[in-house]
Design a protein around this ligand. Structure first.
Ligand code: GLN
Length: 486
Protein backbone atom coordinates (compact mmCIF):
# COMPACT_ATOMS: atom_id res chain seq x y z
CA UNK A 1 0.00 0.00 0.00
CA UNK A 2 1.26 3.50 -0.81
CA UNK A 3 1.84 6.03 1.96
CA UNK A 4 -0.79 8.50 0.71
CA UNK A 5 -3.35 5.69 0.44
CA UNK A 6 -2.60 4.63 4.00
CA UNK A 7 -3.07 8.21 5.18
CA UNK A 8 -6.58 8.31 3.71
CA UNK A 9 -7.53 4.88 4.98
CA UNK A 10 -6.37 5.67 8.52
CA UNK A 11 -8.27 8.95 8.53
CA UNK A 12 -11.45 7.31 7.28
CA UNK A 13 -11.12 4.54 9.85
CA UNK A 14 -10.87 1.81 7.17
CA UNK A 15 -7.81 0.38 8.86
CA UNK A 16 -6.17 1.00 12.23
CA UNK A 17 -2.45 1.49 12.71
CA UNK A 18 -2.47 -1.62 14.94
CA UNK A 19 -4.12 -3.77 12.26
CA UNK A 20 -1.53 -2.66 9.74
CA UNK A 21 1.40 -3.36 12.05
CA UNK A 22 -0.08 -6.77 12.92
CA UNK A 23 -0.28 -7.59 9.22
CA UNK A 24 3.38 -6.76 8.74
CA UNK A 25 4.48 -8.70 11.83
CA UNK A 26 2.58 -11.73 10.51
CA UNK A 27 4.25 -11.31 7.15
CA UNK A 28 7.69 -11.19 8.80
CA UNK A 29 6.90 -14.34 10.79
CA UNK A 30 5.76 -16.05 7.61
CA UNK A 31 8.57 -15.21 5.22
CA UNK A 32 11.59 -14.04 7.19
CA UNK A 33 12.72 -17.51 8.22
CA UNK A 34 13.59 -18.01 4.53
CA UNK A 35 14.54 -14.42 3.53
CA UNK A 36 16.44 -13.47 6.71
CA UNK A 37 16.15 -9.74 6.05
CA UNK A 38 15.85 -8.83 9.74
CA UNK A 39 18.45 -9.07 12.51
CA UNK A 40 16.07 -7.66 15.14
CA UNK A 41 12.28 -7.44 15.04
CA UNK A 42 10.76 -4.87 17.39
CA UNK A 43 7.14 -6.11 17.46
CA UNK A 44 6.24 -4.87 20.96
CA UNK A 45 7.50 -1.38 20.32
CA UNK A 46 5.77 -1.32 16.90
CA UNK A 47 2.42 -2.33 18.41
CA UNK A 48 2.73 0.23 21.23
CA UNK A 49 3.49 2.98 18.71
CA UNK A 50 0.60 1.90 16.52
CA UNK A 51 -1.72 2.13 19.53
CA UNK A 52 -0.54 5.66 20.19
CA UNK A 53 -1.38 6.62 16.63
CA UNK A 54 -4.82 5.03 16.91
CA UNK A 55 -5.37 6.96 20.17
CA UNK A 56 -4.42 10.25 18.54
CA UNK A 57 -6.79 9.48 15.69
CA UNK A 58 -9.59 8.68 18.11
CA UNK A 59 -8.90 11.97 19.91
CA UNK A 60 -9.33 13.79 16.59
CA UNK A 61 -5.72 14.96 16.44
CA UNK A 62 -4.10 15.57 13.07
CA UNK A 63 -1.53 12.99 12.07
CA UNK A 64 2.12 13.59 11.15
CA UNK A 65 3.16 12.75 7.54
CA UNK A 66 4.34 9.16 8.05
CA UNK A 67 1.85 8.19 10.75
CA UNK A 68 1.60 4.41 11.00
CA UNK A 69 4.08 3.70 8.19
CA UNK A 70 5.89 0.47 9.13
CA UNK A 71 9.58 0.89 8.39
CA UNK A 72 12.74 -1.23 8.63
CA UNK A 73 16.13 0.33 9.36
CA UNK A 74 19.53 -0.88 8.20
CA UNK A 75 21.46 -2.05 11.24
CA UNK A 76 24.23 0.53 10.85
CA UNK A 77 21.94 3.36 11.99
CA UNK A 78 21.89 3.96 15.73
CA UNK A 79 18.53 3.40 17.38
CA UNK A 80 18.54 4.24 21.08
CA UNK A 81 18.08 1.25 23.34
CA UNK A 82 18.03 -1.18 20.40
CA UNK A 83 20.90 -3.34 19.27
CA UNK A 84 22.92 -1.79 16.41
CA UNK A 85 25.36 -4.40 15.14
CA UNK A 86 26.55 -3.37 11.65
CA UNK A 87 26.30 -7.15 11.09
CA UNK A 88 29.65 -7.50 12.85
CA UNK A 89 30.83 -9.61 15.74
CA UNK A 90 32.60 -6.39 16.79
CA UNK A 91 29.24 -4.77 17.67
CA UNK A 92 27.22 -7.93 18.37
CA UNK A 93 26.33 -6.73 21.88
CA UNK A 94 26.25 -3.01 21.20
CA UNK A 95 23.04 -1.23 22.17
CA UNK A 96 23.08 2.30 20.80
CA UNK A 97 22.93 4.91 23.59
CA UNK A 98 21.62 7.58 21.22
CA UNK A 99 19.31 7.98 18.24
CA UNK A 100 20.51 8.86 14.73
CA UNK A 101 19.11 12.09 13.27
CA UNK A 102 17.33 10.31 10.43
CA UNK A 103 15.53 7.84 12.68
CA UNK A 104 14.68 10.58 15.19
CA UNK A 105 13.01 12.48 12.34
CA UNK A 106 11.14 9.36 11.24
CA UNK A 107 9.71 8.74 14.72
CA UNK A 108 8.66 12.38 14.98
CA UNK A 109 6.89 11.95 11.63
CA UNK A 110 4.95 8.97 13.01
CA UNK A 111 6.79 6.10 11.28
CA UNK A 112 6.72 2.80 13.16
CA UNK A 113 9.93 0.79 13.60
CA UNK A 114 9.47 -2.88 12.66
CA UNK A 115 13.11 -3.83 13.13
CA UNK A 116 16.72 -3.63 12.05
CA UNK A 117 17.92 -5.22 8.83
CA UNK A 118 20.91 -7.27 7.77
CA UNK A 119 23.84 -5.82 5.81
CA UNK A 120 27.31 -6.68 4.67
CA UNK A 121 29.61 -6.23 7.67
CA UNK A 122 30.09 -2.48 8.22
CA UNK A 123 28.39 -1.99 4.81
CA UNK A 124 31.37 -3.47 2.95
CA UNK A 125 30.12 -5.73 0.21
CA UNK A 126 27.61 -6.12 -2.60
CA UNK A 127 25.71 -9.26 -1.63
CA UNK A 128 24.93 -9.14 2.13
CA UNK A 129 27.06 -12.28 2.40
CA UNK A 130 29.77 -10.70 4.56
CA UNK A 131 27.30 -10.31 7.45
CA UNK A 132 28.63 -12.05 10.58
CA UNK A 133 25.08 -13.28 11.20
CA UNK A 134 24.55 -15.09 7.90
CA UNK A 135 23.32 -13.98 4.49
CA UNK A 136 19.95 -12.62 3.34
CA UNK A 137 18.21 -14.23 0.36
CA UNK A 138 16.70 -12.54 -2.66
CA UNK A 139 12.87 -12.75 -2.36
CA UNK A 140 12.57 -13.36 -6.12
CA UNK A 141 14.79 -16.43 -5.97
CA UNK A 142 16.16 -17.66 -2.68
CA UNK A 143 19.28 -19.08 -4.32
CA UNK A 144 20.31 -15.57 -5.40
CA UNK A 145 21.82 -12.71 -3.37
CA UNK A 146 19.70 -9.62 -2.65
CA UNK A 147 22.64 -7.34 -3.46
CA UNK A 148 24.35 -5.24 -0.84
CA UNK A 149 25.31 -3.86 1.36
CA UNK A 150 21.73 -2.85 2.27
CA UNK A 151 20.41 -6.26 1.14
CA UNK A 152 18.26 -6.75 4.24
CA UNK A 153 16.37 -3.48 3.70
CA UNK A 154 15.89 -4.12 -0.03
CA UNK A 155 14.69 -7.70 0.54
CA UNK A 156 12.34 -6.62 3.35
CA UNK A 157 10.62 -4.09 1.07
CA UNK A 158 10.54 -6.47 -1.92
CA UNK A 159 9.00 -9.29 0.10
CA UNK A 160 6.36 -7.09 1.69
CA UNK A 161 7.82 -7.34 5.21
CA UNK A 162 7.71 -3.55 5.61
CA UNK A 163 6.32 -0.64 3.63
CA UNK A 164 9.57 1.30 3.30
CA UNK A 165 13.10 1.00 4.65
CA UNK A 166 16.28 2.99 5.12
CA UNK A 167 19.67 2.00 3.79
CA UNK A 168 23.04 3.68 3.36
CA UNK A 169 24.93 4.08 0.11
CA UNK A 170 28.71 4.57 -0.03
CA UNK A 171 29.32 3.12 -3.49
CA UNK A 172 25.92 1.75 -4.49
CA UNK A 173 24.59 0.00 -1.41
CA UNK A 174 21.06 1.36 -1.83
CA UNK A 175 20.77 1.33 -5.62
CA UNK A 176 22.38 -2.03 -6.40
CA UNK A 177 20.24 -4.05 -3.95
CA UNK A 178 17.16 -2.06 -5.07
CA UNK A 179 17.97 -3.18 -8.60
CA UNK A 180 18.51 -6.84 -7.57
CA UNK A 181 15.28 -6.92 -5.55
CA UNK A 182 13.00 -4.97 -7.94
CA UNK A 183 12.31 -1.96 -5.71
CA UNK A 184 13.02 1.78 -5.75
CA UNK A 185 16.23 2.91 -4.01
CA UNK A 186 17.35 6.53 -3.68
CA UNK A 187 20.78 7.90 -2.77
CA UNK A 188 20.42 11.61 -2.09
CA UNK A 189 23.03 14.31 -2.77
CA UNK A 190 26.01 13.99 -0.43
CA UNK A 191 25.06 16.11 2.58
CA UNK A 192 21.34 16.32 1.80
CA UNK A 193 20.65 13.90 4.66
CA UNK A 194 22.39 13.90 8.04
CA UNK A 195 24.92 11.15 8.75
CA UNK A 196 24.77 11.69 12.51
CA UNK A 197 24.23 8.28 14.08
CA UNK A 198 25.14 6.39 10.90
CA UNK A 199 28.13 4.18 11.75
CA UNK A 200 30.79 5.64 9.46
CA UNK A 201 32.30 3.60 6.64
CA UNK A 202 33.74 6.22 4.24
CA UNK A 203 32.68 9.64 5.49
CA UNK A 204 33.12 11.55 2.22
CA UNK A 205 30.86 9.08 0.39
CA UNK A 206 28.28 7.74 2.89
CA UNK A 207 24.69 8.88 2.48
CA UNK A 208 21.42 7.58 3.94
CA UNK A 209 18.37 7.05 1.73
CA UNK A 210 15.06 5.22 1.34
CA UNK A 211 13.85 1.98 -0.25
CA UNK A 212 10.22 1.88 -1.36
CA UNK A 213 7.85 0.18 -3.77
CA UNK A 214 7.15 3.47 -5.54
CA UNK A 215 8.97 6.69 -6.35
CA UNK A 216 6.29 8.69 -4.52
CA UNK A 217 6.91 6.75 -1.31
CA UNK A 218 10.65 7.30 -1.63
CA UNK A 219 9.92 11.04 -2.02
CA UNK A 220 7.75 11.01 1.12
CA UNK A 221 10.53 9.45 3.19
CA UNK A 222 13.20 11.78 1.77
CA UNK A 223 10.98 14.73 2.68
CA UNK A 224 11.13 13.72 6.33
CA UNK A 225 14.82 12.80 6.62
CA UNK A 226 16.37 15.57 4.48
CA UNK A 227 17.66 18.90 5.76
CA UNK A 228 20.30 20.63 7.84
CA UNK A 229 21.51 19.08 11.08
CA UNK A 230 23.75 21.02 13.47
CA UNK A 231 25.22 17.69 14.62
CA UNK A 232 26.64 16.89 11.16
CA UNK A 233 28.82 19.65 9.75
CA UNK A 234 28.76 18.06 6.27
CA UNK A 235 24.97 18.26 6.17
CA UNK A 236 23.85 20.94 3.73
CA UNK A 237 21.82 23.93 4.88
CA UNK A 238 19.98 24.29 1.56
CA UNK A 239 16.19 24.48 2.06
CA UNK A 240 14.28 21.24 1.47
CA UNK A 241 11.78 21.60 -1.40
CA UNK A 242 8.44 19.83 -1.53
CA UNK A 243 9.56 16.63 -3.29
CA UNK A 244 6.05 15.37 -4.00
CA UNK A 245 4.93 18.65 -5.59
CA UNK A 246 6.90 18.17 -8.81
CA UNK A 247 6.25 14.45 -9.32
CA UNK A 248 3.34 14.95 -11.68
CA UNK A 249 4.96 17.52 -13.92
CA UNK A 250 5.47 16.23 -17.46
CA UNK A 251 9.00 15.73 -18.71
CA UNK A 252 8.69 16.98 -22.29
CA UNK A 253 11.73 18.84 -23.43
CA UNK A 254 13.97 17.39 -20.74
CA UNK A 255 17.30 16.12 -22.01
CA UNK A 256 18.29 12.65 -20.91
CA UNK A 257 21.95 11.73 -21.40
CA UNK A 258 23.02 8.15 -22.04
CA UNK A 259 26.58 7.72 -20.77
CA UNK A 260 28.41 6.05 -23.63
CA UNK A 261 31.13 4.53 -21.44
CA UNK A 262 28.54 2.66 -19.34
CA UNK A 263 27.21 0.80 -22.30
CA UNK A 264 30.70 -0.19 -23.49
CA UNK A 265 31.32 -2.50 -20.52
CA UNK A 266 32.50 -6.01 -21.22
CA UNK A 267 30.59 -7.44 -18.27
CA UNK A 268 27.27 -5.77 -19.09
CA UNK A 269 24.56 -8.36 -19.68
CA UNK A 270 22.70 -7.99 -22.97
CA UNK A 271 19.35 -8.40 -21.20
CA UNK A 272 20.22 -5.51 -18.88
CA UNK A 273 21.23 -3.32 -21.84
CA UNK A 274 18.04 -4.13 -23.75
CA UNK A 275 15.81 -3.40 -20.79
CA UNK A 276 17.56 -0.14 -19.89
CA UNK A 277 17.47 1.03 -23.51
CA UNK A 278 13.74 0.27 -23.57
CA UNK A 279 13.38 2.51 -20.49
CA UNK A 280 15.25 5.27 -22.35
CA UNK A 281 12.89 4.88 -25.32
CA UNK A 282 9.93 5.10 -22.97
CA UNK A 283 11.26 8.43 -21.66
CA UNK A 284 11.59 9.59 -25.26
CA UNK A 285 7.95 8.70 -25.84
CA UNK A 286 7.10 10.83 -22.82
CA UNK A 287 8.68 13.80 -24.59
CA UNK A 288 12.27 13.68 -23.37
CA UNK A 289 15.14 14.03 -25.76
CA UNK A 290 17.86 11.35 -25.67
CA UNK A 291 21.45 12.56 -26.03
CA UNK A 292 24.62 10.49 -26.08
CA UNK A 293 27.08 11.78 -23.49
CA UNK A 294 30.70 10.93 -22.88
CA UNK A 295 32.14 10.78 -19.36
CA UNK A 296 35.67 9.61 -20.22
CA UNK A 297 36.68 8.98 -16.60
CA UNK A 298 33.49 7.13 -15.61
CA UNK A 299 35.11 3.71 -15.65
CA UNK A 300 38.00 4.90 -13.45
CA UNK A 301 35.49 5.29 -10.64
CA UNK A 302 35.93 1.80 -9.30
CA UNK A 303 39.73 1.99 -8.96
CA UNK A 304 39.42 5.43 -7.39
CA UNK A 305 36.77 4.24 -4.95
CA UNK A 306 38.82 1.23 -3.86
CA UNK A 307 41.58 3.59 -2.71
CA UNK A 308 39.43 6.32 -1.14
CA UNK A 309 36.78 4.17 0.57
CA UNK A 310 39.24 1.77 2.29
CA UNK A 311 41.45 4.72 3.31
CA UNK A 312 38.56 6.42 5.05
CA UNK A 313 37.36 3.10 6.47
CA UNK A 314 40.77 2.32 7.94
CA UNK A 315 40.63 5.60 9.80
CA UNK A 316 36.96 5.33 10.85
CA UNK A 317 37.32 1.77 12.10
CA UNK A 318 40.35 2.59 14.24
CA UNK A 319 37.91 3.37 17.07
CA UNK A 320 37.12 -0.34 17.47
CA UNK A 321 40.07 -1.17 19.66
CA UNK A 322 38.56 -3.43 22.31
CA UNK A 323 38.93 -0.66 24.91
CA UNK A 324 36.02 1.74 24.64
CA UNK A 325 33.19 -0.40 23.32
CA UNK A 326 32.60 -3.36 21.05
CA UNK A 327 34.19 -6.80 21.11
CA UNK A 328 37.15 -7.41 23.42
CA UNK A 329 39.34 -10.49 23.22
CA UNK A 330 39.95 -11.95 26.67
CA UNK A 331 43.16 -13.36 28.03
CA UNK A 332 45.80 -10.91 26.80
CA UNK A 333 48.22 -9.43 29.30
CA UNK A 334 49.06 -6.24 27.43
CA UNK A 335 47.23 -3.53 25.52
CA UNK A 336 48.73 -4.11 22.07
CA UNK A 337 48.03 -7.82 22.17
CA UNK A 338 44.48 -7.22 23.41
CA UNK A 339 43.77 -4.62 20.70
CA UNK A 340 45.16 -6.63 17.84
CA UNK A 341 43.40 -9.82 18.95
CA UNK A 342 40.11 -7.96 19.43
CA UNK A 343 40.33 -6.57 15.91
CA UNK A 344 41.43 -9.88 14.36
CA UNK A 345 38.60 -11.78 16.07
CA UNK A 346 35.94 -9.05 15.92
CA UNK A 347 36.23 -8.08 12.25
CA UNK A 348 35.51 -10.43 9.36
CA UNK A 349 37.78 -10.98 6.34
CA UNK A 350 36.37 -8.30 4.05
CA UNK A 351 36.59 -5.61 6.74
CA UNK A 352 40.17 -6.62 7.53
CA UNK A 353 41.04 -6.54 3.82
CA UNK A 354 39.69 -2.97 3.54
CA UNK A 355 41.56 -1.83 6.67
CA UNK A 356 44.80 -3.27 5.30
CA UNK A 357 44.36 -1.67 1.87
CA UNK A 358 43.43 1.67 3.41
CA UNK A 359 46.29 1.69 5.90
CA UNK A 360 48.70 0.87 3.09
CA UNK A 361 47.32 3.57 0.78
CA UNK A 362 47.62 6.19 3.52
CA UNK A 363 51.08 5.20 4.74
CA UNK A 364 54.00 7.59 4.33
CA UNK A 365 55.66 6.93 1.00
CA UNK A 366 52.44 5.72 -0.65
CA UNK A 367 49.94 8.41 0.22
CA UNK A 368 50.88 10.58 -2.78
CA UNK A 369 50.99 7.67 -5.22
CA UNK A 370 47.62 6.25 -4.16
CA UNK A 371 45.41 8.41 -1.97
CA UNK A 372 46.35 11.77 -3.49
CA UNK A 373 46.18 10.37 -7.02
CA UNK A 374 42.75 8.90 -6.31
CA UNK A 375 41.52 12.29 -5.06
CA UNK A 376 42.78 13.87 -8.28
CA UNK A 377 40.94 11.31 -10.42
CA UNK A 378 37.87 11.91 -8.28
CA UNK A 379 37.99 15.59 -9.32
CA UNK A 380 38.20 14.55 -12.98
CA UNK A 381 35.15 12.30 -12.60
CA UNK A 382 33.27 15.20 -11.02
CA UNK A 383 34.37 17.44 -13.89
CA UNK A 384 32.98 14.95 -16.44
CA UNK A 385 29.62 15.15 -14.70
CA UNK A 386 29.79 18.97 -14.56
CA UNK A 387 30.34 19.01 -18.33
CA UNK A 388 27.56 16.48 -18.90
CA UNK A 389 25.08 18.59 -16.93
CA UNK A 390 25.83 21.56 -19.17
CA UNK A 391 24.23 19.52 -21.96
CA UNK A 392 21.57 17.38 -20.28
CA UNK A 393 19.20 17.45 -17.28
CA UNK A 394 19.47 13.84 -16.20
CA UNK A 395 21.78 10.92 -16.90
CA UNK A 396 20.62 7.36 -17.46
CA UNK A 397 22.61 4.12 -17.02
CA UNK A 398 21.93 0.57 -15.93
CA UNK A 399 22.17 0.30 -12.12
CA UNK A 400 24.24 -2.88 -12.14
CA UNK A 401 25.94 -4.80 -14.96
CA UNK A 402 23.93 -7.97 -14.22
CA UNK A 403 20.87 -9.15 -12.36
CA UNK A 404 21.18 -10.86 -8.95
CA UNK A 405 23.95 -13.45 -8.95
CA UNK A 406 23.95 -16.84 -7.25
CA UNK A 407 24.76 -16.91 -3.54
CA UNK A 408 28.38 -17.95 -3.02
CA UNK A 409 29.36 -17.36 -6.65
CA UNK A 410 31.67 -14.40 -5.87
CA UNK A 411 32.89 -15.63 -2.49
CA UNK A 412 36.50 -16.21 -3.53
CA UNK A 413 36.70 -13.39 -6.02
CA UNK A 414 36.56 -9.95 -4.38
CA UNK A 415 37.27 -8.23 -7.69
CA UNK A 416 34.21 -9.76 -9.36
CA UNK A 417 32.19 -8.60 -6.36
CA UNK A 418 33.66 -5.07 -6.57
CA UNK A 419 32.69 -4.84 -10.26
CA UNK A 420 29.00 -5.02 -9.46
CA UNK A 421 29.25 -1.40 -8.24
CA UNK A 422 30.98 -0.13 -11.35
CA UNK A 423 27.98 1.91 -12.46
CA UNK A 424 26.86 3.27 -9.09
CA UNK A 425 30.20 4.40 -7.61
CA UNK A 426 30.78 7.51 -9.81
CA UNK A 427 27.69 9.27 -8.37
CA UNK A 428 29.09 8.76 -4.85
CA UNK A 429 32.51 10.08 -5.83
CA UNK A 430 30.86 13.18 -7.32
CA UNK A 431 28.29 13.54 -4.49
CA UNK A 432 25.35 13.40 -6.91
CA UNK A 433 21.80 12.21 -6.20
CA UNK A 434 20.83 9.02 -7.95
CA UNK A 435 17.93 6.59 -8.00
CA UNK A 436 17.44 3.01 -9.14
CA UNK A 437 14.04 1.79 -10.21
CA UNK A 438 12.79 -1.40 -11.80
CA UNK A 439 12.67 -1.42 -15.60
CA UNK A 440 12.21 -5.08 -16.49
CA UNK A 441 13.11 -8.68 -15.86
CA UNK A 442 15.69 -11.08 -17.25
CA UNK A 443 14.87 -14.47 -18.76
CA UNK A 444 14.97 -16.03 -15.31
CA UNK A 445 12.41 -13.59 -13.93
CA UNK A 446 14.91 -11.55 -11.92
CA UNK A 447 14.42 -7.76 -11.78
CA UNK A 448 16.57 -5.29 -13.73
CA UNK A 449 17.13 -1.72 -12.53
CA UNK A 450 17.69 1.54 -14.39
CA UNK A 451 19.72 4.28 -12.73
CA UNK A 452 19.04 8.00 -13.09
CA UNK A 453 21.48 10.67 -11.91
CA UNK A 454 20.99 14.46 -11.67
CA UNK A 455 23.13 17.38 -10.60
CA UNK A 456 23.61 18.16 -6.89
CA UNK A 457 20.44 18.94 -4.95
CA UNK A 458 18.24 18.20 -7.94
CA UNK A 459 16.34 15.42 -6.19
CA UNK A 460 13.03 16.97 -7.29
CA UNK A 461 13.89 16.54 -10.95
CA UNK A 462 15.31 13.06 -10.33
CA UNK A 463 12.11 11.95 -8.61
CA UNK A 464 9.94 13.62 -11.24
CA UNK A 465 11.61 11.76 -14.14
CA UNK A 466 11.57 8.49 -12.20
CA UNK A 467 7.91 8.91 -11.30
CA UNK A 468 6.91 9.73 -14.86
CA UNK A 469 8.73 6.64 -16.12
CA UNK A 470 7.19 4.47 -13.40
CA UNK A 471 3.69 5.69 -14.29
CA UNK A 472 4.18 5.00 -17.99
CA UNK A 473 5.84 1.61 -17.65
CA UNK A 474 4.02 -1.44 -16.37
CA UNK A 475 7.03 -2.91 -14.57
CA UNK A 476 5.98 -2.04 -11.03
CA UNK A 477 2.45 -3.27 -11.68
CA UNK A 478 3.88 -6.62 -12.70
CA UNK A 479 5.89 -6.79 -9.52
CA UNK A 480 4.47 -9.85 -7.79
CA UNK A 481 5.43 -8.69 -4.34
CA UNK A 482 6.42 -11.76 -2.41
CA UNK A 483 4.56 -14.15 -4.68
CA UNK A 484 7.81 -15.92 -5.44
CA UNK A 485 8.31 -16.80 -1.80
CA UNK A 486 7.75 -20.46 -1.02
N1 GLN B 1 29.76 -2.57 -2.52
C1 GLN B 1 30.51 -1.39 -2.23
C2 GLN B 1 31.58 -1.71 -1.21
O1 GLN B 1 31.67 -2.82 -0.81
C3 GLN B 1 29.61 -0.30 -1.76
C4 GLN B 1 29.18 -0.47 -0.38
C5 GLN B 1 28.30 0.62 0.11
O2 GLN B 1 27.77 1.40 -0.68
N2 GLN B 1 28.15 0.67 1.42
O3 GLN B 1 32.32 -0.85 -0.80
Amino acid sequence: MAIDLLRGRLRRGEISARELVEQYIRRIEEVDPSIKAFLTVTSDRALAEADQIDNSLAAGESLPPLAGVPIAIKDNLCTKGISTTCSSKMLENFVAPYESTVTERLWKAGAVLLGKTNLDEFAMGSSTETSAFGPTSNPWDLSKVPGGSSGGSAAAVASGECMVALGSDTGGSIRQPASFCGVVGLKPTYGRVSRWGLVAFASSLDQVGPFATSVADAAEVLQVIAGADPRDSTCLKAPVPDYCASLDQPINGLKVGLIKECFDQKGLSSEVTASVMAAATQLEELGAELVEISCPRFNDGIATYYVIAPSEASSNLARFDGVKYGYRSEGSDNLIDMTSKSRAEGFGNEVQRRILIGTYALSAGYVDAYYKKAQQVRSLIRRDFDNAFKKVDVLLTPTAPTTAFAAGSHADDPLAMYLSDLLTIPANLAGLPSISLPCGFDGGGLPIGVQLITNVLEESRLLQVAHQYEKASDVMAKHPKGSCIP
